[in-house]
Ligand binder design. Structure first.
Ligand code: BES
Ligand code: ZN
Ligand code: ZN
Length: 493
């Protein structure tokens, strides 16, 4: 899909379909910028009792009386304080409707309800996200839905000032789609080896450094917890270290750590079948981190950013790690395995300890499909945020909100650490039945100095959508990418 901004009104752009928008309670659509067409659409809205609730769509066929044969009015819902969020979702919806109508060219009237550049950008993001589908394994051409080829964003401002934000929106949306592709690939394809090769290739394209560590190097470093998880698989573990260096002076160093369990069977504590079904998505954190890295240059990130991807498969082979095993992590702390299905925290443990000690970052962010418990607590579409750094946490929550992702801060109660501290080792890897997302976060926190600025993003809910929304198709969602890029962008300003 190509996206471009033009200065035009919707009565004059030639496309297969044109979309404009309305807030709840509006008598006429916004963003049309042609009085006659606007009037006709308003009459149609009245006649159809169109309420413009979020996601409502009105389709109007002009029978050739205007430049486009069909016009859509898409509802934005209640007029709130950030039109970008509503517009992103509505633009995604418009693309979905356009696809069903086999439209090649779509024009979208960006409504004049704030900064033209920011709104055009949100519209572009929505269009690209809504147009995403994973169809490369479909062989019946009739099952492959037509894609919109070109989107023209009609704005009422000099295009010169809009092009740049639209370009940034495209970069972000393409990164999200890259993460989606990685998650959607079948698990026997996107295994640790393959994913490390993709990381290397993407790094090369984006001008980043990338180093792939294999099993002998990981052994030498002492990444014993990560290696233990991989032992039950015939696929050897990999760690990818990617580095982005800004042009000019760096504002600081940030390390991103991604959980990349390319398939989580649960290990010897095998998951029941229906819980295992979508566990190819257990590398969603690493996918988000990888995709984020590829976009840093283009969004003008002024931080030096390191990514550590922990790539392993959690399987039940003859050499698999066992409940009762005691591992010495990179941090030096020992961990007794209470459950082999709590493997993500072991992978992250070594990488976070390594990052804190060797890279000494100003901020650390880990992204992981870590616990079922966070999904129980926050539902399927929300990222759980755990941090002891209030300002940093607030900044990430806000970056997510304005980028269209929901983060919710969760507590890190120090006294719950006791739940991880009985047994023959320094820690156990499971904290019992209750508060599982919190004890998992506390476990991670034990691997780094308390003063280390750090946030843990548990994306177990939103990494994989089992029910599609306007912006997210069934499958991998790219959860985390928008939040991370949004934070880097605003922190670099
Ligand atoms: N990968 C899972 C968490 C998960 C659950 C991700 C649902 C996406 C959707 C993780 O490795 C896991 O199995 N966690 C266990 C931990 C438990 C054994 C302490 C869980 O949450 O049940
Ligand atoms: Zn697991
Ligand atoms: Zn897992």
């Amino acid at each position: 899909m190509r996206v471009k901004a033009i200065r035009a009104n919707l009565a004059e752009v030639k496309a297969d379909l044109a979309a404009c928008f309305a807030f709840e309670g509006d008598q006429r659509p916004r963003g049309v910028r042609d009085k006659t067409l606007e009037k006709e659409l308003a009459a149609e809205m009245r006649a159809e009792r169109f309420k413009a609730g979020a996601g409502d769509v009105l389709v109007w066929n002009t029978n050739g009386r205007y430049a486009c044969r069909r016009y859509l009015v898409v509802g934005l819902g209640e007029e709130g304080n950030d039109a970008r969020v509503a517009l992103r979702a509505a633009a995604a919806k418009a693309i979905r409707v356009a696809e069903r109508q086999s439209a090649d060219r779509v024009a979208i009237g960006v409504p004049p309800v704030g900064d033209a550049g920011a709104l055009a950008r949100a519209t572009a993001e929505g269009a690209l996200l809504g147009g995403y589908r994973f169809d490369r394994y479909l062989s019946d051409p009739r099952k492959i839905r037509a894609k919109v080829k070109q989107v023209e964003l009609a704005v009422d401002a000099p295009v010169g000032g809009v092009r740049k934000p639209v370009g940034a929106g495209e970069v972000v949306a393409r990164a999200v789609c890259l993460a989606r592709d990685l998650v959607n690939e079948p698990p026997s394809e996107m295994n640790p080896g393959r994913m490390s090769r993709v990381a290397r290739a993407e790094a090369k394209k984006a001008g980043l450094q990338a180093r792939v560590l294999g099993v002998p190097e990981l052994k030498k470093l002492g990444m014993n917890a990560l290696l233990a998880v991989a032992r039950g698989s015939s696929e050897p573990a990999r760690v990818v270290h990617m580095t982005y260096k800004p042009k000019g002076k760096s504002k600081g160093r940030v390390v991103l750590v991604g959980k990349g369990v390319t398939f989580d069977s649960g290990g010897l504590n095998l998951k029941p079948g229906n819980f295992m079904l979508h566990m190819k998505s257990d590398m969603g954190g690493a996918a988000a981190v990888l995709a984020t890295m590829t976009a840093l240059g283009e969004i003008g990130c002024k931080y030096e950013v390191h990514a550590l991807l922990g790539l392993v498969e959690n399987m039940t082979g003859a050499a698999a790690y066992k409940p009762g095993d005691i591992l010495r992590t990179y941090s030096g702390k020992t961990v007794e395995i209470g459950n082999t299905d709590a493997e993500g925290r072991l992978v992250l443990a070594d990488l976070m300890a390594y990052a804190a000690k060797r890279l000494k970052p100003d901020h650390m962010i880990d992204v992981a499909t870590l616990t079922g418990a966070v999904v129980v607590a926050l539902g399927p579409h929300c990222i759980g945020a755990f941090s002891r750094d209030d300002a940093f946490c607030d900044a990430l929550v806000e970056a997510g909100r304005s980028a269209g992702e929901t983060l919710w801060r969760m507590p890190m109660f120090d006294d719950y650490l006791d739940l991880l501290k009985d047994g023959p080792a320094d820690l156990t890897n499971v904290g019992g039945r209750y508060g599982g997302a919190i004890t998992a976060a506390l476990f991670l926190g034990e691997m780094i100095p308390r003063e280390q600025s750090w946030i843990h993003l548990d994306i177990a809910g939103p990494a994989f959508y089992e029910k599609e929304t306007a912006e997210v198709a069934f499958g991998g969602s790219g959860a985390g990418v928008r939040t991370l890029l949004g934070w880097f962008e605003s922190a670099s300003r």
